[in-house]
Write a protein that binds this ligand. Sequence first.
Ligand SMILES: [Zn+2]
Length: 162
Amino acid sequence: MKTRQCMSCGTQDAMQHFERRSLTVNYKNLSRWVHDIAGWECKVCGEIIFDNDTDSAERYSDAGDQLLEDCFQVMGSEMKRIRRKLHLTQKESVKLLSGAGHNAFSRYERGEIPPPQALFTLMRLLDRHPHLLAEIQAMNEGADLKRLLAARFPEHETVLAS
Ligand SMILES: [Zn+2]
């Protein structure tokens, strides 16, 4: 068996050569297989180095990029579909739901960047329960916070900005 020293942990003869291995690329809880990979694996620290004289590294890296791109696209389409279903403009969505930069929704929807997990979760919940949008609107107006402030700090009067 071909072995060599591990460049990562330094252990002598710890790296063993492999061929035709299937490895996964991952994003969040999603995986895709990449087959027919050749390289070296360290039995001590788990380090993997792809063979230079095969296309293993390139195919593995491409598959990872593709998975990421596909996920961003699908999440972007979902964000757009749900926003339209809720009859919100991108600007209204930012104000109501994310509070982030004004271009954020357009970048999420184009799949340029992934939406923050909490926002994507909120959108999917609103997709299933669109009537909750009215409650979010009411929360944003701040009446519930005003009540909490009045209860905890009765010596200060707090009013809602109009
Ligand atoms: Zn090692």
